[in-house]
Design a protein around this ligand. Structure first.
Ligand code: NDP
Ligand code: ZN
Length: 168
């Protein structure tokens, strides 16, 4: 079998371990790992992505932002290309939330094509979650504001994959 399956299994185990104490914000408090798995699967199934680097980065995309994972760990386990892609989709958590949201909109058009694909798949997953299994303490207004913000980010990411963009 293809060697890349081994790499993806390793990424799955690494991300599952790193996110093991985290839950999603939905009423069921689903395991966090469901989300990065969903993002990788959207890339595979909707966008037709077969690139090992991009699929690995999708599985790992929230590890640096949301867990104690360091860039050095990702680089030593998965190499510099996967690390570069994960860093491209990682927000600077030292900034205030509204600033981070604004920067995602501003930076979107300047991302690499692979990072654009990953970011669109991430937004597809989150928008689906917000619509189908909303966080229970989010008002309708807050959910609507979130959806409108993703539209602004995705507007700057378009032009990389028609199927993915129309799914969004
Ligand atoms: P958050 O950034 O707090 O939450 C959204 C992020 O949480 C997602 O991008 C996703 O990130 C992650 N996430 C975890 N679980 C879920 C889930 N079940 N569904 C979707 N995402 C999940 O949201 P915002 O601060 O952006 O809030 C949305 C809007 O609401 C803002 O525009 C803000 O103006 C407004 N707001 C209202 C408040 C209020 O009414 N009390 C308070 C704060 C903001 P990842 O991809 O990393 O998993
Ligand atoms: Zn995500």
């Amino acid at each position: 079998m293809d060697e890349s399956i081994g790499v993806l299994l390793k990424a799955l185990r690494f991300a599952a371990e790193k996110h093991s104490d985290q839950r999603r914000k939905n009423a069921k408090a689903s395991p966090y790992i469901n989300h990065p798995i969903h993002v990788a699967q959207i890339l595979w199934e909707v966008a037709g992505v077969r690139d090992e680097t991009l699929l690995s980065a999708a599985i790992l995309h929230d590890t640096i932002e949301d867990t104690a994972t360091t860039p050095e760990e990702i680089e030593s386990q998965f190499g510099p290309d996967v690390l570069a892609l994960v860093l491209e989709v990682t927000d600077d958590k030292s900034l205030p939330k509204q600033k981070r949201k604004q920067l995602q909109v501003e930076h979107a058009p300047h991302k690499s094509d692979k990072a654009k694909l990953l970011k669109i798949a991430d937004k597809i997953s989150n928008v689906g979650d917000i619509i189908n299994w909303p966080p229970k303490d989010w008002s309708l207004q807050r959910r609507q504001e979130y959806l409108l913000w993703t539209e602004k980010v995705v507007a700057g990411l378009r032009g990389v994959n028609e199927k993915l963009e129309s799914r969004y």
